[in-house]
Write a protein of this length. Structure first.
Length: 562
């Protein structure tokens, strides 16, 4: 296999491109990642990190750095406009939830996208992979077994051309994506008439412990949102509605300050340096497919969202997690390229639903009367913990079929609830795999959680044993797959006879608090839960037929290693 055929060229070094690159590197796939800009985009954009994204960052190994640089979400206070100094009401956009065994990070965190990018770049560097700044994609030509890409790079003020041959190309190059445009993919949707002036300003006179909402309704709104950076009181100011000259305020900071002070009627609030400002109009767009042969798009290149739902960055990195493990298996020759078709199949319904949700919130925001705060409510499905692929052709759910014979083996649900808004609480194949704490290794006595045992570079087979020696054949069937590609763990509900399990070479854990059996609702039947490298349940099976069916679906077969 030629070296170029295992190389993936990533265009764009925002969060989706960086997450994809890091995931591929952790899977042993060679990566080049380029970025046309020299500097990281400034601004507190993409700051809300949802609980599901925190879990994915944990899977990727960067969560400690993210949490160290982030802040908790803040309560909101409303004020009269102009001149309001005493809060009229204090509330939270979403209630603070306590961690559980299945959901250790149930609350959103706040961290500017620029800081997330810096963290991701530092982890890439550990793999001797650095973003090639000042480098842009000019064009590409797709062949049967590779892609030829023409790049332009600025070196000492001169643009130097380079032609490279790679196995795969991924466009993570934003809403104005060169890759999407050259593929000719339609960007279906609309750009709305609503407008916002958004600015990052060093501001004195308001505390950093609340979001401050002034006014509302047709007369206009000013929202002041403290950043996670406490030094210098950096805050993001949103101005919308009323008599705003958006172009002027976004291009002339003196005009911005003049309007702000006149509208607010709060001379005690002092505006300092402005680090970033934009005239923002929400767009609601998506493509109808994310793949053309050896070329893919992820993130904003394939879908853009209103900022009102806080879903854009979070949805984008899920694209990358979904694609990375599949592309890695194919690039290493361990799966058929047909597996990659499931990327569009799984992600497209999710994107369509999140756009509907974000648009509904935008509509409420645009029409809300003064004092109506319902459109500020978050949480629930927006945490993204319910995002699922239950309809996917590559998931297998024998348990769902046993409960309802009308359900096909591979399809445990329709695709109309991809955001988990109406899903039941029982785990299905295609769902997010929940955590489980207090798992005690029967040999070392070390305590682990399931999230500590999952990884982005391998599948995890979790065997829930309730039949003792009777299910030894099912356990042994897992050993046909190489340990580096399929990690095997057995979880016992009680400390009975486990010597035979240890002899199989699998890690054996005792579910000391019953969290694993409860979170996965295994009942009294021996069950294998296959967790994919993106932290999703790929299969729930009770026999070898179901197990083989899953691995045939992803064409991950023992024979490919012989």
């Amino acid at each position: 296999m030629d070296s170029h055929s295992r190389t993936v060229l990533v265009i764009g070094a925002g969060p989706s491109g960086l997450v994809l690159a890091l995931s591929l590197l952790k899977n042993g796939v060679s990566v080049r990642i380029i970025e046309k800009d020299y500097a990281t985009h400034v601004g507190q954009r993409g700051a809300g990190v949802m609980p599901r994204s925190l879990e994915l960052y944990n899977l990727l190994g960067i969560l400690p750095d993210i949490l160290e640089s982030s802040a908790a979400s803040l309560p909101m206070q409303s004020y009269e406009l102009p001149g309001g100094t005493e809060p009229l009401k204090t509330w939270r956009m979403s209630p603070i939830e306590e961690p559980t065994s299945g959901t250790p990070w149930p609350n959103a965190a706040m961290i500017a996208q620029a800081r997330t990018v810096t963290i991701l770049r530092s982890h890439l560097h550990a793999f001797a992979c650095d973003v090639e700044l000042g480098t842009r994609l000019v064009s590409f030509d797709q062949k049967a077994d590779h892609v030829v890409a023409n790049l332009a790079k600025m070196i000492d003020g001169t643009e130097v051309m380079e032609t490279v041959k790679v196995g795969w190309l991924v466009g993570a190059d934003g809403a104005h994506s060169t890759v999407r445009k050259q593929l000719g993919l339609p960007f279906i949707g609309e750009t709305r008439n609503e407008r916002f002036v958004i600015a990052d300003v060093h501001l004195q006179g308001l505390d950093m412990h609340h979001l401050h909402l002034f006014g509302g309704g047709p007369s206009g709104t000013i929202l002041i949102w403290p950043s996670e950076i406490k030094s210098g009181n950096l805050m993001t100011v949103y101005i919308v509605g009323g008599d705003v000259d958006y172009e002027k305020l976004s291009s002339d900071y003196d005009a911005f300050k003049e309007y702000f002070h006149a509208k607010m009627g709060r001379p005690d609030i002092v505006l300092g340096e402005c680090t970033w400002v934009t005239d923002y109009r929400p767009s609601i767009r998506m493509v109808d497919r994310f793949q053309d042969g050896r070329i893919f798009i992820v993130g904003d290149a394939g879908h853009v969202h209103p900022l009102t739902g806080g879903q854009g960055l979070n949805t984008s990195i899920q694209d990358s997690f979904n694609l990375a493990w599949k592309l890695a298996l194919v690039a290493k020759g361990q799966a058929s390229p047909d597996l990659l078709l499931s990327y569009t199949e799984e992600r497209l319904p999710v994107i369509a639903e999140v756009l509907n949700i974000s648009t509904a919130i935008l509509n409420k925001t645009s029409t809300a009367a003064k004092g109506d705060h319902d459109h500020w409510k978050r949480g629930g499905p927006l945490s993204q913990l319910g995002v699922n692929y239950r309809w996917s052709s590559i998931v297998v759910d024998q348990r769902a079929r046993a409960l309802d014979p009308q359900i096909g083996e591979e399809h445990s649900s329709g695709a109309n609830d991809s955001y988990g808004m109406h899903s039941d609480t029982v785990v299905h194949a295609g769902d997010r795999a929940p955590d489980a704490s207090c798992l005690v290794n029967t040999l070392t006595k070390e305590e682990k959680t399931l999230f500590q045992l999952f990884g982005v570079s391998f599948h995890t087979a979790v065997f829930f044993s309730v039949s003792g020696g009777e299910d030894s054949r099912l356990r042994e069937s897992l050993t046909r797959y190489p340990a580096e590609a399929l990690h095997r763990i057995t979880i016992l509900s009680s400390l009975g006879d486990h010597v035979d399990l240890v002899s199989l070479g699998a890690e054996v854990f005792y579910d000391s608090q019953g969290h694993a059996y409860r979170n996965y609702a295994t009942g009294d039947t021996s069950t294998i839960i296959i967790v994919r490298p993106d932290g999703m349940v790929g299969a729930i099976v009770h026999d070898e037929v179901g197990l083989d069916k899953y691995f045939q679906a992803i064409t991950f077969q023992p024979s490919i290693y012989k």
